[in-house]
Design a protein around this ligand. Structure first.
Ligand code: HEC
Length: 490
């Protein structure tokens, strides 16, 4: 599913403006709702074109209550029964009974209500004032009308690249709020957690022009795997693409989870990237496999000779550390240059780690989370000799995604604090650290949507990627990039 049609873009903007702007806080449905009886009919007959979330598919989403032909019951019955001649929308009168069609319309209405309920939980951050412990700030929109923004990167001239998980790379140019799509990026696998992930700019971009992308690459028979590429942007197109990492075919899995995929360039120009365990937890301990690892490569994808497992038989030379579940946050300490990483735990047990070369971070041998109800009795220990313990962990889960040390000057009290985004708690956290210790934690804000990435901008503001919660955790939903601005400056 790709967000390409003008309709898709308009629909997303509409939902973003109309729904994210809603300020009422609807009660959250508690527990697991029983499966809707018409969900299966929808999956069988409609999802192939209309998609299964707010992004839609080849055809527009039917869940956002925006209609072109007509949204009243009579018009919907007619569109579905007769189809829409001259378009791809087929007639269903020979396939579905009138009762089926009525049931489907009811299902569409229920999905819309769910989407609105979830969306209205996410308050619009714009013009909200937050009085945090040390600074008072507000939010400015940098880009809106985005579909699940995943990663951000700044070009030397201050323009910004942003990835949207359904598979688009956009360039935020001259402060335009709906940024331009870069054409020609590869097709991505978009089931569940799949999609286009992080973007990074080569440290010597002015010379080389390289942009790095990580994504879930579709394989044979509905499989996928994290792949790493680089390319250049010329006249709004993605060109000169080179593959830096693509797993062998047998490591493309049918699971749609734990792709990892965060990027970081260190001061020597090495590229770090993470790959989650892909749902194969014991692979995280297997040095011949790429999943469940943090990797370090040269800018062309080759492994530096000093990498810890170079020369070890059977080990992948790019591996920097192992025993990871799903690391989606990487940051370089601005003073010590040390690598820090955040990863999603099983049920709780989210971790913040100081990454040292060659070390084993323990997954799935140790965890402070639970492995699910079934496994409580046999849950692995929290710590074990020879396995690195996290420097901070969170239970219940905060679902940490991007992390960043603040290096700007706009918020002097926050200098060199670590900011941790959170998908599950929809919060941004600020961590004060001392050496390898976290000495204080503050929830800076909550309930403005799922927080997926955070970065210090070249202007010294703190940039944050948000998207409204969907019906399911992995749904693609409207999102925006905002920046935190101190209010005493305005
Ligand atoms: C083969 C692809 C395909 C399938 C399968 C399909 N649709 Fe559609 N449908 C479309 C396209 C394309 C459009 C938009 C047509 C246009 O206006 O250009 C559409 C439009 C519609 C509309 C009109 C939307 C509006 O804005 O007024 C409704 C309602 C609709 N589809 C319902 C369904 C339902 C319900 C199913 C499953 C029973 C379904 N469709 C299956 C392709 C499909």
């Amino acid at each position: 599913m790709r967000l390409i049609s003008g309709f898709g873009v308009v629909a997303v903007i509409f939902v973003c403006v109309a729904v994210l702007a809603a300020t009422s806080v609807a009660p959250q449905p508690s527990g697991r709702a029983p499966r809707d009886p018409f969900a299966q009919t929808y999956t069988d007959y409609c999802a192939a074109c209309h998609g299964s979330n707010l992004t839609g598919g080849r055809a527009p989403t039917l869940f956002d209550d925006t209609w072109r032909v007509g949204g009243d019951d009579v018009s919907l019955m007619k569109s579905i029964r007769e189809g829409l001649p001259g378009t791809e929308m087929p007639p269903f009168k020979d396939v579905l009974t009138e009762a089926d069609i009525k049931g489907l319309i009811g299902y569409l209405r229920r999905q819309t209500t769910l989407v609105e309920k979830n969306a209205s939980r996410a308050r619009n951050p714009v013009n909200q004032i937050v009085r945090a412990e040390q600074h008072t700030f507000t939010f400015e929109v940098v880009a809106e009308g985005l579909a699940t923004p995943w990663g951000m990167a700044f070009l030397p001239d201050g323009r910004m690249l942003v990835t949207e998980r359904p598979g688009t790379l956009r360039l935020i140019d001259n402060g335009k709020r709906l940024p331009k799509v870069i054409d020609g990026t590869p097709a991505v696998w978009t089931e569940q957690d799949g999609g286009l992930f992080d973007v990074a700019v080569h440290p010597d971009y002015a010379q080389s022009g390289w942009i790095y992308l990580s994504y879930a690459e579709p394989g044979e028979n509905d499989t996928s795997m994290t792949s790493i590429i680089r390319g250049r942007i010329q006249s709004g197109r993605w060109v000169d693409q080179e593959t830096l990492y693509r797993a062998p075919a047998e490591l493309f899995f049918p699971t749609n989870v734990h792709y990892g995929s965060r990027f970081l360039f260190d001061r020597e120009g090495h590229l770090f990237y993470s790959i989650g365990d892909r749902g194969h937890d014991t692979d995280a301990q297997d040095l011949s496999r790429p999943n469940g690892k943090v990797h370090r490569v040269n800018d062309d994808g080759t492994a530096p000779r000093e990498n810890p497992f170079v020369g070890r038989e059977g080990a992948l030379e790019s591996i920097w550390s192992y025993g990871h579940r799903n690391p989606q946050g990487l940051a370089l300490h601005p003073v010590t240059g040390a690598l820090w990483a955040a990863e999603h735990g099983p049920i709780g047990g989210d971790e913040l780690n100081r990454i040292e070369p060659g070390r084993n971070y323990g997954w799935p041998l140790v965890t402070s989370g639970r492995l699910g109800k079934r496994a409580v009795a046999t849950a692995p220990p929290r710590q074990q000799e020879g396995l690195e313990a996290p420097i901070a962990h969170w239970t219940p889960t905060i679902a940490p995604s991007g992390i960043a040390f603040y290096t700007g000057d706009r918020f002097p009290e926050w200098k060199h604090d670590l900011f941790v985004s959170g998908l599950a708690g929809e919060a941004l956290r600020r961590l004060e650290t001392n050496g390898d210790e976290v000495v204080h934690e503050e929830v800076l804000f909550k309930d403005f949507g799922r927080v997926r990435d955070v970065a210090t901008g070249p202007d010294g503001h703190l940039y944050v990627a948000l998207n409204v919660p969907g019906v399911k955790l992995s749904d693609t939903t409207p999102g925006m990039i905002v920046r935190l601005v101190p209010t005493d400056e305005r």
